[in-house]
Design a protein around this ligand. Sequence first.
Ligand code: SF4
Length: 365
Amino acid sequence: MLEQLIKDSQALDRALAGEELSYNDGLELMNYDNLHLLAAVADDARKKLVGEIVTFAASYYMNYTNVCAASCQMCAFYRKDGADDAYTLTPQEIEQRVGIAQQMGATEVHIVGGFHPKLPLEYYEDMMKLIKKNHPQLNIKALTAAEIFYLSKLTKNSTKEVLSRLKSAGLDSMPGGGAELFHPDVRSKIARGKCTGQQWLDVIEEAHGMGINSNVTMLYGHIEKPEHIVDHLIKIRELQKKTRGFLTLIPLKFSLDNTELEQEHLVNNECSSVYDLKIIALSRLMLANVLNNISVYWVAYGKKLAQVALSNGGNDLVGTAFSEEVYRAAGKPTASSVEELATMVKEIGRSPAQRNTHFKVLRTF
Ligand code: SF4
């Protein structure tokens, strides 16, 4: 049926046949204007690869500090050290909050923060040891590859040494943040002060090699061009073929409010929902058979658009995401219970399942 509808796209033909898409195929699909057909092929691939289940985790999001030595043009969260509203939590404060989150049913803690110029490696070790000691069942998903890179420069340890010490202290997995877009032409204009795309990939490859699995993100909807999206997806695919360490791709819609990109009028509007859906569909098709979890970050989309995105290639909702200060800084709502996410999935005729960090199903509804 779909074969008969596709008349004008060799890339879509190849995608439907389950073939690996090339860079040029990716570009063709980014510029393809029949979203319905693109979505139908992506949804078909999703069905074949992962079936009808839509997963989500019970996550607690924690930002240990908003102090940051970088000043990314796409960020509304960072503060300079000494600013009135700058904060840094102590390991004890973090552990207390994590304890409450566990009582509320969280199975993982997602801990990220700014590049704090004064916190020593021991701060992070103490934080993780304290959490592990008191909450051994919780998966500690902490510090992006960009934070690890910064910490290595700050403390004059190799990234491998930093990862190894944190792993010994309790680090179980890593979030996918800081990936932004790997392409240097766009990265330097949105993520000033952050490691390069290649450095991010190198750190995450090291982590995967040490048994620390991670997510990976893709920040879109700002100043990028189609080739930057395709480049990013292919780099993820190539590394995943080597390490098999990525758990999911989380495309992140750029949130405009309070960022330098907005203030400098480099981006005046957030991208359209049509573009959001194209990104989800393309992610599914470019990564098919290599990374089969494509997450829909409902916090950024809102629940209604998230439901549509799940019908455009997505199969995961990330998680409950309560207390997510980074998005809140840009004015997005961030709390929802496991039951609400399950209802959202049932409303579109799919099967909700709570998962752990590693995508093992813990509970169905
Ligand atoms: S995105 Fe991260 S590294 Fe960049 S300014 Fe914000 S907190 Fe700092």
